[in-house]
Design a protein around this ligand. Structure first.
Ligand SMILES: Cc1cc2nc3c(=O)[nH]c(=O)nc-3n(C[C@H](O)[C@H](O)[C@H](O)COP(=O)(O)O)c2cc1C
Length: 197
């Protein structure tokens, strides 16, 4: 791949916990991005009210509109989340439900990478499958591989400094960002040529 040209990725974090392992991973991503790619966090999913069609009728909440605008302006979204009871954390699912109702459907065709982390052995693998299913309805363009499931994450971070310390995890994440940049670059060209449906 040629060097990506000014690609902008945004991260959507599925944990509200201040000391979140997934937050540590999301925070590490800008330093792992390939040249030409910038990565910025979206607003917190905790700032969105519970989805309610009556609320929607009164007008989308400002935090939803802002999140939608930021996603629409980005070349790709990276979802970083824990697994809750083998599934997607409720606050993140709520954000996706809101986003799916926005008239300009910002997730439609958007390249998306998924990253999960857990103190458990398999790093949130089961929740990834459920998230993929949700993203089918949103018609996002989900990166299949490389998959990122960080197991035993407590051994791979420094919770005092907030750093992701495990070198092989850092390399694996960097590899996924390269793959996402390739897809985002291709998608940008398709959009520019006007050939997307
Ligand atoms: C409600 C709840 C359900 C959980 N379910 C799972 C699970 O299904 N699989 C898993 O590996 N860990 C599970 N855990 C443990 C989380 O992986 C762990 O709390 C993790 O630190 C949460 O991510 P965070 O540090 O980014 O907030 C669960 C935790 C909570 C609070």
């Amino acid at each position: 791949m040629e060097n990506p040209q000014n690609l902008r990725f945004v991260t959507l974090l599925g944990s509200l916990r201040r000391g979140s392992f997934n937050r540590i991973i999301a925070n590490a991503l800008p330093s792992l991005a390939p040249e030409g790619v910038t990565i910025e966090p979206l607003g917190s999913v905790g700032d969105l009210p519970h989805y309610d069609a009556d609320l929607q009728e009164q007008g989308f909440p400002a935090a939803v509109l802002e999140m939608g605008r930021a996603i629409a302006a980005a070349d790709a979204v990276i979802i970083v989340m824990p697994e809750y009871n083998y599934s997607v954390p409720g606050a993140l699912k709520n954000a996706l439900d809101w986003l799916s109702r926005l008239p300009d459907t910002p997730m439609f065709g958007k390249p998306v990478a998924i990253q999960t982390a857990s103190p458990g052995m398999i790093g949130g693998a089961r929740a990834q499958h459920q998230l993929r299913q949700v993203l089918v309805y949103l018609n996002a363009q989900v990166l299949n591989k490389p998959e990122v499931m960080v197991g035993q994450v407590a051994d791979k971070v420094n919770t005092v400094s907030g750093e992701l310390t495990d070198q092989s995890t850092r390399e694996h994440l960097a590899g996924q960002l390269v793959a996402l940049a390739q897809v985002a670059q291709q998608q940008r060209q398709i959009m520019a040529s006007g050939s997307v449906q």
